[in-house]
Design a protein around this ligand. Structure first.
Ligand code: SF4
Length: 225
């Protein structure tokens, strides 16, 4: 199986009725993007197909990736993340505007445990579990080169660890809890916890650019990037 095969199947997925309704119905409801054509489908991973570093987020935002069709593209979280990736040398430019803008990632791939935009950025546990196989399939394709993962937030952490366990990675038992700055070695894979770069976390000062740069620098180093 190739990434193209995976993405072709993924974008046809309609397994979560609530999310299908939301991803389609939310299109054009924000004044700033009125009249714009929305992607409104599951969002594929973005970046290198031989990535040594994966970034695990949460889910597309209604007017960000659900609009542009590219992971972390078109919303404040993505704006923050790409500034960091550029600063660490993992992105070719600090801004991710839209598919076709020339942005490339170096040895890095962005994925999420839920691929459709959920209301209030909150997927249900059932939706998380229904979507799990897409993340598992993508990590399986990355497995030959993957050495490091940055997980943005507790949701991604809780979604990722069962996927790693099921794929045979030696996840410690009991599973370590999410924390910013957490580092877990799972076989030859280093997994780093980092607060999500959501507008709420940024505005409250819970997460700052230097904090996230530090986390990504460590993860890039562990990945040999
Ligand atoms: Fe399919 Fe995942 Fe979207 Fe649910 S969230 S419809 S499982 S792609």
């Amino acid at each position: 199986r190739t990434f193209a095969d995976l993405d072709a199947s993924l974008v046809e997925c309609r397994a979560c009725p609530r999310l299908v309704e939301w991803r389609e119905g939310v299109a054009g409801t924000k004044a700033a993007f009125a009249g714009e054509r929305y992607w409104s489908r599951p969002v594929p991973g973005f970046g290198a197909e031989d990535a040594a570093l994966a970034v695990v987020g949460l889910a597309p935002s209604a007017h960000g990736a659900n609009r542009t069709g590219r992971m972390f593209t078109g919303d404040p979280s993505g704006d923050f993340l790409f500034r960091v990736l550029y600063e660490v040398g993992l992105a070719s430019q600090p801004v991710s505007a839209a598919i076709g803008d020339g942005l490339t990632l170096r040895g890095t791939r962005l994925v999420s445990p839920v691929r459709c935009a959920p209301p209030e950025n909150r997927p249900t546990p059932a939706e998380r579990d229904t979507c799990r196989h897409w993340l598992a399939d993508e990590l399986d394709l990355l497995r030959p080169t993957l050495r490091s993962i940055v997980v943005l937030g507790a949701f991604g952490w809780q979604a990722l660890l069962p996927v790693l366990s099921a794929a045979g990675w030696p996840v410690p038992k009991p599973r370590p809890a999410f924390a910013h700055g957490a580092r877990m070695q799972v076989g030859d894979l280093a997994v780093f916890g980092c607060y999500h770069v959501s507008p709420r976390n940024v505005q409250t000062g819970r997460v700052t650019q230097p904090m996230v740069v530090t986390a990504f620098t460590a993860a890039a180093s562990a990945a040999g990037l």
